[in-house]
Design a protein around this ligand. Sequence first.
Ligand SMILES: N[C@@H](CCC(=O)N[C@@H](CS)C(=O)NCC(=O)O)C(=O)O
Length: 208
Amino acid sequence: MIELYTAGTANGQKVSIMLEECGLPYNPHIVNFAAGEHLSPPFITLNPAGKIPAIVDPEGPNGEPFALSQTLAIVLYLAEKSGKFVPKDIWERAEAYRYMSLVASDISGAFTGLFVFTHMHPQSTTQVVDHFQAQAARNLRVLDKRLGDSPFLAGNAYSVADILAYPVAASSVKGLPEQLGPYPNLRRWSEEIAERPGVKRGMAVGAP
Ligand SMILES: N[C@@H](CCC(=O)N[C@@H](CS)C(=O)NCC(=O)O)C(=O)O
């Protein structure tokens, strides 16, 4: 049974969705940030950065316990372990990599910036907030354009790219001001993915 250290955040949900979609049994541990659990010595042994998500797979690559952090690395590890959700076709696989990179760097960076400067430091200047809001909108437009051309991010089939993009994209289409873009294709995709039973169960892990 895989041990999952998570919280009700988009990064945590990406991993719980992946575990659910792959049908891999797991045991969720909800890390309490307010109590500083993410900075406690036992947690730091799992991820020296003190951030969720992290997993411990008791049956790792050599049949031995294996701890892993970093959302993208965990999702790719689970994809290899289960043999699921990585496109077989090289073109679709490259497209999956493209959108996974976009999520891990550009989209996560933009939304982390927005969160930090609106929630953690609400006294921040409007220029800083405007900057991150514009970056968020710009990257959501990239997803929206892609989803206007193909049903899923990698192409015709649901893949790791959709699993990584869904939690933040889904909350964004609801939360961003309408003038930053209606994102009709992103909305269509996000409504379809929201109906998947594994996504519903994965999104519920750590939810308040
Ligand atoms: N690059 C890391 C980022 C993980 C991350 O930012 N986790 C946040 C929650 S979504 C966290 O644990 N924050 C606690 C902190 O910053 O102290 C990943 O992709 O896993």
